[in-house]
Design a protein around this ligand. Structure first.
Ligand SMILES: [Zn+2]
Length: 520
């Protein structure tokens, strides 16, 4: 059996969150308002109306294309794409054909955390263009259909990738990276479940070494006939991206192994059944009779966009958090996916940086025993903070169904909590309690204050701890005997008793050390 390679290209449609629609002054609010309220003569395609392009939508498309590394064309124009469907009142869609806003970009995906995968996948971007969304059709069970024109004319950016993704996981990672970039740029909420970001995948599998990808086109090598690609629509979540593509790869491989072939098809992902379903067989390429939109003059995208002012993008930030700040790679990835989290982390880190510059007067200075260079302290703090941010804080916030955008904890107080843990003044059990109180208080409270008020501070006083250890040994003669007879795990039980006696305030390492000493 030959080895088959999946080839996946993705077409992503993104609704821009501009105030008004693409070619008229109607509010752009398709999710929230009563159907057919944000409509006018232009988006309903009354005869004689003239579309007026939305400047912000063009600016944002330039932003997206630039963030994706595209070359921005000096000359761009709108074209009419003709087809008939009830959700398209004009009988054509204003889109872009041969002069899109941007072309020839790429997204680099870091896949270091994925097993059995290449570390970096470069997904080429064929083109980024701007068009208008269609109306929304709702099909009722009785066979009738309803049309909501609130969505007709919403600015829609289409991002077409080269066929560079080689697995379902890569395709999903690509979609997630795009979502992250779009949110950093603040041009779309990019919620797949809400249809702000829609994904169509083109999937084929080909024999290894029988083809190459030239300028974004899959090209057969001598005597090889390419297997036709299958277009899969109706993919409404990241999970569905992965499942639908995996399903298609398996389905096509099984057909090839049976010696069967197929023609180009459009299939739909059925999330309930977990399979793709044939929608239509493509007889020939659709003829949309594209021609230049006569009512809108061609334009120079960069002149309209002016100064771009792009923020630092997730990939750059991820690398900086890892290489410069010392966060583990996995933590850096989690912390930079959302810009608000990345900003919070950045502020926590800058607090550390200030402390290290003025060590004596900082919350770190109470640490007597650790003599380390500033570099290592900084890295240890980043590792510790990374863990507390990505598991403890994010976990506690998920439990409370709260969001980073409304988080009451100030970065300096979170940094102080990390310093208390770092200095062994709080053990992790009590640190979690302090964190929970910080979250639940509804205002911003200093963690040292909570620690002192509630008596959570770690008992580092050796005399006091020695007394408690002696008490535990006295009260558990049977276990002490077992430990002395060589049952090492019993020590954990005794340590647990010390922790219990101190209500979790003992330093577990010190407790263990003293237990061993007294049991000798
Ligand atoms: Zn309108």
């Amino acid at each position: 059996m030959p080895k088959y390679i999946p080839i996946i290209g993705l077409e992503i449609h993104v609704e821009l969150k501009t105030k008004s629609k693409m070619f008229c002054a109607c509010a752009n609010n398709p999710d929230r308002d009563t159907p057919n309220t944000n409509i006018c003569e232009i988006c309903l395609a009354h005869p004689g109306t003239i579309p007026v392009p939305n400047k912000t939508a063009i600016e944002w498309t330039v932003k997206i294309a630039s963030a994706l590394g595209c070359k921005i064309n000096n000359y761009s124009k709108f074209d009419r794409k003709h087809y008939f469907y009830p959700d398209l009142p004009k009988g054509y869609q204003i889109s872009q054909y041969d002069q899109p806003v941007g072309e020839h970009g790429a997204v680099e995906l870091d896949l270091i955390n994925l097993k059995n995968h290449r570390d970096v996948a470069r997904i080429g971007i064929t083109r980024v263009h701007l068009e208008e969304d269609t109306a929304k059709l709702t099909h009722s069970t009785d066979g009738s259909s309803l049309i909501d024109f609130n969505r007709a004319g919403v600015p829609l950016v289409e991002i077409v990738s080269d066929p560079d993704a080689q697995s379902a996981i890569e395709a999903k990672a690509y979609c997630q990276e795009l979502q992250s970039i779009l949110r950093y740029l603040e041009v779309s909420d990019a919620e797949m479940e809400k249809g702000h970001m829609r994904c169509e995948a083109n999937i084929s599998i080909q024999e290894e070494n029988k083809f190459e990808i030239r300028n974004g086109v899959v090209t057969p090598l001598k005597n090889y006939k390419l297997n036709d690609k299958i277009e899969v629509k109706n993919i409404n979540s990241f999970r569905a991206v992965e499942k639908a593509i995996d399903f298609e790869i398996k389905r096509q491989t099984a057909l090839l192994e049976k010696g069967e072939t197929w023609g180009p098809e459009t299939r739909g992902w059925d999330d309930d059944k977990g399979e793709t379903v044939l929608q239509r067989v493509k007889e020939s390429a659709a003829d949309y009779r594209y021609f230049p939109e006569p009512d809108i003059p061609p334009f120079h995208p960069l002149k309209i966009a002016g100064d771009l002012d792009l923020p630092e993008l997730p990939a750059a930030r991820r690398r900086r958090f890892h290489l410069e700040y010392g966060f583990s790679y996995a933590d850096a990835q989690i912390l930079t996916t959302d810009r608000n989290w990345a900003d919070f982390t950045e502020q926590v880190h800058s607090e550390f940086k200030n402390w290290l510059e003025d060590f004596k007067n900082s919350p770190l200075s109470s640490e007597p025993s650790k003599k380390k260079t500033e570099g290592t302290i900084s890295q240890q703090l980043a590792k510790l903070a990374g863990g507390w941010l990505t598991t403890k804080l994010m976990g506690a916030m998920t439990e409370r169904k709260t969001d980073i955008r409304v988080l009451k904890i100030k970065p300096e107080n979170f940094a102080e909590l990390i310093a208390l843990i770092y200095n062994n003044r709080l053990n992790s059990t009590n640190a979690q309690k302090v964190l929970n109180e910080m979250l639940d208080s509804g205002t911003d409270i200093d963690p040292t204050h909570i620690m002192e008020e509630k008596g959570y501070g770690q008992i580092n006083d050796e005399n006091k701890l020695n007394e408690i250890v002696a008490e535990v040994i006295k009260n558990n003669p049977k276990q002490v005997e077992q430990f002395k007879a060589g049952k090492e795990p019993i020590l954990q039980f005794l340590k647990g008793m010390v922790m219990k006696a101190t209500e979790g305030s003992a330093d577990p390492t010190a407790a263990e050390k003293l237990l061993r000493k007294q049991l000798k």
